[in-house]
Design a protein around this ligand. Sequence first.
Ligand code: 5GP
Length: 189
Amino acid sequence: MQEGKLVIFSAPSGAGKTTIVHHLLKQIPQLAFSVSATTRQKRGEEVHGKDYYFISKEDFLHRIAQKEFVEFEEVYKDNFYGTLRSEIERLWAEGKQVIFDIDVEGGLHLKKKFGDRALAVFVQPPSLEVLIERLHGRATDSQEKLKERIEKAEKELAYADKFDIILKNDDLKTACAEAEQLVSKFLGA
Ligand code: 5GP
């Protein structure tokens, strides 16, 4: 098996990491997105196998027992998320480098596991206040879910300096350009 590199983007919910990851996927053809498995409900336009593998809790627990995950977490209460080993291997076998949109703990797990083969980037929002504003702007979350996301975000901001790089996202366009530069450099090295 030919082993490639891993590009990890982690951040609190609402920091802009998904937009940055989508930008990179468009600009850098070597990259392919690691589709995570999750037990949460599908939202809006999401597609099974593209955004996530939407699976039942029973299936998820079975896969944990079978040691199919490189990392997994109960990111929110009763909602499991995890990276399947088979997903990374599938993309490497295609000759791709793998990019992850994953929560802060999961990102640090992967970094620990893959060491120098992984670049771990923490996307930092301008402030907690701005983050809360952005989360309020999302129509998809209930009040209870919103509260949970804000509480988690507060905790996650404290982990920034454990990452290889902190990417400030005060301005999305600038952050995307900076991300492109640093990922290209890492992949070219
Ligand atoms: P959402 O429900 O908004 O799609 O994702 C919630 C959080 O779970 C986000 O921070 C997302 O990056 C993270 N996440 C997505 N996939 C995984 C995964 O495979 N493992 C971990 N640990 N977190 C994930």
